[in-house]
Design a binder for this molecule. Structure first.
Ligand code: MN3
Length: 224
């Protein structure tokens, strides 16, 4: 990155130190999830939407020295401790940054990260059957009005629940869930599917099930 130096009240501030929230490289090529998720959607989702959240977050925190070096999870779990004027911008852009970092890891080329019997059993234990879980998660995705995310969340005792959040919110922001871990996510913002499915969110969710990274879900549930 080009190093820019600003002088403010006689103090040199290096902007190269500011761009700390960086996207990781995608774990697979843009076309790897075809035909379930098209390369054009992946490209715009990663390079425009996710990059936008990262850039905005860095800009917002550039003038808040006490906060810009914090870890993203810390920021999202402590939004109420931030200066009032940046709480909502960090909620939206920090949420968008974190959610999309999580999102790319939630996906894998079809057939490469199948659901293990072990994980299937855990899910079935909580939702009667894996199929019932899938139906319930899908229903939550269809019911989310406007934009948002659907999550499968594990609490500290290993109990699973489905959580629906608006906008770029996520379970980390909920003080009642501070010990919980998201293990699966679904982006139901139109930008995630509109190029291919237009307004048909049900088709999008059906496509999504083909490319879930169940290995990652299992890793998040059981720990590495
Ligand atoms: Mn998105």
């Amino acid at each position: 990155m080009k190093k820019l130096v600003l002088f403010s009240a006689g103090v040199a501030v290096s902007l190269s130190a500011v761009a700390q929230f960086k996207q990781k490289e995608m774990p697979y090529p843009y076309e790897a999830l075809e035909p379930h998720i098209d390369a054009a959607t992946m490209r715009v989702h990663y390079n425009n939407h996710h990059a936008g959240f990262a850039n905005n977050l860095n800009t917002i925190l550039a003038s808040h020295a006490d906060w810009k070096d914090k870890d993203i999870v810390f920021l999202l779990k402590n939004l109420e401790r931030l200066p009032a004027e940046i709480q909502t911008p960090v909620r939206n852009n920090g949420g968008g940054f974190f959610n999309h970092c999580f999102w790319w890891e939630m996906l894998a080329p079809a057939g490469t990260a199948p659901l293990s019997d072990k994980m299937k059993e855990v899910i079935a234990k909580h939702f009667e059957s894996f199929e019932k879980f899938q139906a319930e998660f899908t229903k939550a995705g269809l019911a989310r009005f406007g934009s948002g995310w659907i999550w499968l969340v594990k609490d500290k005792d290993g109990k699973l629940s489905i959580v629906s959040t608006p906008n770029q919110d996520n379970p980390l922001m909920d003080p009642a869930r501070k010990d919980d871990t998201p293990v699966l996510a679904l982006d139901v913002w139109e930008h995630a599917y509109y190029l291919k499915h237009q307004s048909k969110r049900a088709d999008w969710i059906a496509a999504y099930w083909n490319v879930v990274n169940w290995k990652k879900v299992e890793e998040l549930y059981f720990g590495k």
